[in-house]
Write a protein that binds this ligand. Structure first.
Ligand SMILES: [Zn+2]
Length: 282
């Protein structure tokens, strides 16, 4: 079997709390990985009193480090995680001010995309935990705003949200429509096998690379991405899938005939190129 490129669409690296970019990239590469799409982590994991801009620049630094020193090609995605808003509110920042700070952060993210330092805005969205209706409204306004910024910058958006079924996908698709955004470029990170158009309403699901989810997804089609959501945190080693999972899963499913080479190529190259508007050179 020819070597097929493999992309992890959502993998974190962290030199402060984990092994850092080079170790993670090398593990990924040894397992057969080719491309890593790396969103920045929240400000509180990016170093003491780090701000939004610093957290975003940190991930761009990681990406440059990987690209200069390994055979993996990495890309940054930059944004303000929804938990940042919750944290600001908890710290006593007034709602209006907190929303303003989040909007500023999203503008910073857009600027970095326009400078070609990142390929998308994310992870942005709304929390996976319950919040007040006032806070939820702000999150929804911020999602719409991030999509508007993405339209201007001609880039993708990666959404972090509560666990989402058809109803949530439909809601995000409506927001994309309102923002004038191509729905295919709205990526639902940490998705279940929401591969059918009637399930995802045109959004791109990034499937968590467990055997169960990927096998289920492949029964419906190939219009998805694959990810681990690896955190690179030594304190939470088993919190999510390890950095080798996407290449390993891909090869396992190719070998046992569940995944065809054509589908693998679509998932790991063509769809990535379409969603992010990049050329992977394959
Ligand atoms: Zn993440």
């Amino acid at each position: 079997m020819e070597k097929i490129p493999v992309t992890d669409n959502h993998i974190h690296v962290d030199h402060i709390n984990g092994e850092g970019p080079l170790e993670v990239a090398k593990k990924f590469q040894r397992a057969g990985g080719t491309f890593m799409i790396i969103p920045n982590k929240p400000t509180w994991t990016a170093g003491e009193s780090s701000n939004f801009q610093e957290a975003m620049e940190q991930v761009i630094g990681y990406v440059n480090e990987i690209n200069a020193n390994t055979d993996v090609e990495a890309f940054a995605v930059v944004g303000a995680h929804p938990a940042e808003l919750s944290r600001l509110i908890k710290e006593g920042v007034p709602l209006k001010k907190a929303e303003e700070m989040m909007r500023d952060a999203l503008q910073t993210a857009q600027g970095l995309v326009m400078e070609n330092k990142a390929i998308g805005i994310g992870e942005i969205g709304r929390p996976h935990y319950e919040v007040s209706s006032e806070e939820l409204e702000i999150h929804n306004r911020l999602i719409l705003y991030a999509m508007e910024l993405a339209v201007e910058a001609d880039c993708a958006v990666q959404l972090h949200t509560e666990s989402s079924g058809e109803e949530q996908f439909s809601e995000f698709a409506k927001m994309a429509h309102e923002a004038g955004m191509d729905k295919h470029r709205v990526v639902k990170h940490f998705s279940g096998p929401m591969v059918l158009q009637r399930e995802n309403h045109g959004l791109t699901p990034s499937l968590i690379a467990t055997r169960k989810v990927i096998v289920e997804g492949l029964k419906k089609g190939n219009n998805f991405l694959m990810e681990t959501d690896y955190l690179d945190m030594s304190s939470r080693p088993g919190a999510v899938l390890g950095p080798k999972t996407v290449p390993r899963r891909t090869w396992e499913l190719l070998r046992n005939g569940t995944l065809t080479e054509e589908d693998a190529y679509y998932i790991h190259v063509e769809n990535v190129e379409k969603v992010y508007g990049i050329d992977l050179g394959f």
